[in-house]
Design a protein around this ligand. Structure first.
Ligand SMILES: C[S@@+](CC[C@H](N)C(=O)[O-])C[C@H]1O[C@@H](n2cnc3c(N)ncnc32)[C@H](O)[C@@H]1O
Length: 280
């Protein structure tokens, strides 16, 4: 996990809200103590997280390694769960995408833009399975809790959704490298990005069907992601690299990473989708 600052702010907001409620409703005779568990895959650099923790001592911190698609905590042991920008990651690449005989074999692409409909269908069929296991696990662990889950913006087709286009451009960069003989075509054909951004309607019906949680609020979160100046662009690329490098290295090896991201940066800067501002 890499954007710890977002988590620290979220944790601080939660702690302040709980303290405020305790005070306002006269609920707690003693000062409430907080323990915060940070979760990510076992391969995550938790030491960097611990070194970056705010030093105001507002809570006791611990890390919980493992996939959030399964159980991470004992039953009824959490009071609040916060997930801001991770559930779009699928637990696995849908198996049809890896079968050369399947109509969903995603030749020459790493994602679903411009792919046969079977490819998109395989992605969108995996997401409900993952959500179901995520919601069921959290429902057992939580005494009470809340979640924030990212969606695709309403009314914008995937081919115009900036985050989806950024992945497509990574695929195009890999294909450029195939054409230059730097990467094997077979490797690209068998690589598929394991993430899926649902529409708000899809998410609503999955949560309703699961029945363990209710929806308090759904709202568009508009933030500026258009590339602007050199230092912001560099940060944006580093952000994407931090999020994706593990997946790419695991499939292609580490040798191609620097060159891939240099080429990718150029492609991203040339893309019309990033010359506009105010995307989400
Ligand atoms: C885009 S980053 C966002 C991190 C950011 N701090 C946040 O949640 O707002 C997504 C993070 O989710 C983690 N992640 C993805 N799938 C996961 C899973 N199944 N279990 C635990 N962590 C996962 C990734 O390793 C990555 O660090």
């Amino acid at each position: 996990m890499f954007c710890w600052a977002q988590h620290f702010i979220a944790v601080q907001n939660i702690i302040e809200s709980v303290k405020f409620k305790c005070l306002a409703d006269d609920l707690c005779s003693e000062a409430v103590e907080f323990q915060v568990f940070f979760n990510d895959h076992v391969s995550n650099d938790f030491n960097t997280l611990f070194k970056s923790l705010p030093c105001d001592g507002q809570y006791f911190a611990a890390a919980v390694p493992g996939s959030f698609h399964g159980r991470l905590f004992p039953k009824a042991s959490l009071h609040f769960a916060h997930s801001s920008y991770s559930l779009q990651w699928l637990s696995r690449v849908p198996k049809e995408l890896l079968d050369k005989k399947s109509p969903a074999w995603n030749k020459g692409r790493i994602y679903y833009i411009g792919a046969p409909s079977e490819v998109f269908e395989a992605y969108s069929a995996q997401f409900p399975k993952d959500m179901e296991s995520f919601l069921n696990s959290r429902a057992q662990e939580l005494v009470n809790g809340g979640l924030i889950i990212p969606c695709r913006p309403v009314g914008i087709p995937p081919s115009q959704c900036p985050i989806i286009v950024t992945i497509d451009l990574l695929g195009a960069t890999l294909m450029d490298m195939v054409n230059m003989g730097l990467v094997s075509k077979d490797k690209v054909d068998s690589f598929n990005f394991p993430r899926y951004n649902p529409t708000p309607q899809e998410l609503r019906s999955l949560i309703d069907r699961n029945g363990c949680f209710s929806i308090e609020k759904m709202e568009p979160l508009v933030r500026k992601t258009g590339l602007e100046n050199e230092s912001k662009n560099q940060n944006h690329i580093l952000h994407l690299r931090a999020a994706w490098e593990g997946q790419i290295k695991g499939h292609f090896g580490s040798e191609i990473i620097d060159e891939l991201f240099d080429r990718y940066k150029k492609k991203l800067l040339e893309s019309p989708i990033f010359s506009q501002s105010n995307k989400n």
